[in-house]
Design a protein around this ligand. Structure first.
Ligand code: PLP
Length: 451
């Protein structure tokens, strides 16, 4: 028999209770909300989120890695309002509009025109689907139809639609949805944490690349592309690798005629310390996906950048040789206007230079964790800082992330550990004292959970 629903009184706010009745939340076992809090956010300003009880939370993870310049940023707000007065949306088939043109030109320029063609979608997973489909279609158009398998990395994450999920290596996803997914090759991750005493992260990268070479040598006739998260496998517990891996993958892809897809959805837009993470390796991929930070966390927008060579292969009199993909909101003008405002902030405020200082402040704020005996694998890449809690320090590894989240809330911070990995990925606009405050609050939250 169905339990009688207790209908929350809609005349009172009761956002949490009403949400638990009516909203099915992502990445959540809803029953866990019986014991850990769902939080109703009513407004935000800068790095602060405010709940319906008036509590302030410091957003240490940029609201799932999207928010680069703080909440309710006046410049991005204004750009969206201005665009709203002109045109909110128009279909991008048969039409174009100034924001999408300007954004595409600016992104092309940021790649020194190596990736001069931008194809748009709305979420990260869709941008990955686009890269996979384009690569697949390219080989068909080039009379190499056997090249249709994809190579992905152990511990990689590329989104949760079926194509993107196929190249994602997360055990519980593969268990639940594996039978829906195409077959892929999964290769060794160059995760620097694999380095044994005295071994360099570069050696780990070389080993991973040499096992990739064996696969390429055997299977290249059947392989369309390899997809990699450059420098940091973010959802995979912020596993960092040496840029040497990217250089080797680039060289192997050239040698064996395989596309290189760089998924920069999380590490792009300055997060790694350069605008694109691939720049640390001095290479360009054949496809580069962006989303998350591109609108500063304002509006859903994603895109796949690609080369002249790929674009030309589709250019034909025949409709079926065109790229066959569309979304209703492709290249939405409001989202493009938000993205342009972000790129302008990068330029006028010298964000990449400022982040060099920001990254140093981040390291200082978490210096305590480098010498904490409960912690291992302290690591940082630009504006991402992470470390792991040693297994024997954890009381309950299954509940640790939720307990840590709750302890963070009690300390006034939003953090969301991934398994035993605690990480921060803050907005680029934190002040020095907010950064210190974040480091201390994480330490206090950890002490609450581990003692
Ligand atoms: C988040 C993420 C995606 C998926 O983006 P969505 O917008 O959540 O679909 C894909 N790749 C990487 C590397 C990501 O971090």
């Amino acid at each position: 028999m169905m339990k009688n629903k207790v209908i929350p009184d809609v005349n009172q706010n009761h956002w949490v209770e009403r949400s638990l009745e009516a909203v099915w939340h992502p990445c959540t076992q809803m029953k866990h909300h019986e014991s850990f809090p769902l939080i109703a956010i009513t407004h935000g300003k800068g790095p602060w989120l405010y709940d319906d009880k008036g509590n302030a939370l410091l957003d240490c993870i940029s609201s799932w890695w999207t928010n680069l310049f703080g909440h309710s940023n006046p410049r991005i707000n204004l750009a969206i309002c201005n665009q709203l007065e002109k045109i909110e949306h128009v279909m991008l088939a048969g039409f174009t509009h100034p924001p999408v043109v300007e954004l595409s030109e600016k992104l092309s320029a940021l790649t020194q025109n190596h990736l001069g063609h931008a194809f748009y979608a709305s979420d990260g997973a869709s941008a990955v689907e686009i890269a996979l489909k384009m690569s697949h279609h390219f080989w068909q158009l080039n009379n190499k139809p056997s090249k249709k398998k994809f190579v992905c990395l152990e511990n990689g994450y590329h989104g949760e639609t079926l194509g993107a999920l196929a190249v994602t290596d997360v055990a519980i996803f593969r268990e639940a949805y594996g039978s829906l997914l195409q077959d892929v090759f999964t290769v060794e991750s160059p995760d620097a944490r694999k380095a044994k005493f005295g071994e360099s992260t570069e050696e780990i990268a070389k080993q991973a690349a040499s096992s990739l070479e064996k696969l390429f040598a055997q299977e290249h006739q059947n392989i369309a592309a390899i997809i990699v998260e450059p420098l940091v496998q973010c959802a995979g517990q912020m596993a960092i690798h040496s840029p040497e891996y990217l250089r080797r993958v680039r060289a192997l892809c050239n040698q064996y005629d395989i596309h290189f897809i760089a998924d920069e959805i999380a590490v792009g837009c300055g997060r790694s310390g350069k605008f694109f993470a691939c720049e640390h390796a001095g290479i360009w991929p054949d496809f580069l996906t962006l989303s998350k930070g591109i609108t500063g966390g304002y509006l859903p927008l994603s895109l796949c950048l690609t080369t002249e060579n790929i674009y030309r292969a589709f250019y034909s009199d025949q409709t079926k040789h065109g790229f066959l993909h569309s979304h209703s909101y492709t290249g939405n003008p409001l989202a493009c206007a938000a993205a342009l405002a972000c790129l302008e902030i990068f330029e006028t405020d010298n964000i990449l230079e400022k982040n060099l200082i920001g990254a140093q402040e981040l390291a200082n704020a978490f210096a305590w964790a480098q010498t904490d005996s409960r912690i291992e694998h302290w690591r940082q890449q630009g504006m991402i800082l992470a470390f792991d809690i040693k297994n024997d320090s954890l009381k309950n590894s299954a509940t640790f992330p939720r307990e840590m989240f709750s302890a963070g809330i009690d300390e006034g911070i939003l953090i969301r550990p991934i398994a035993n990995t605690i990480y921060v990925m803050p907005p680029y606009t934190l002040t020095s004292s907010q950064t210190l405050q974040m480091g201390e609050a994480v330490q206090h939250a950890l002490n609450r959970v581990l003692t």
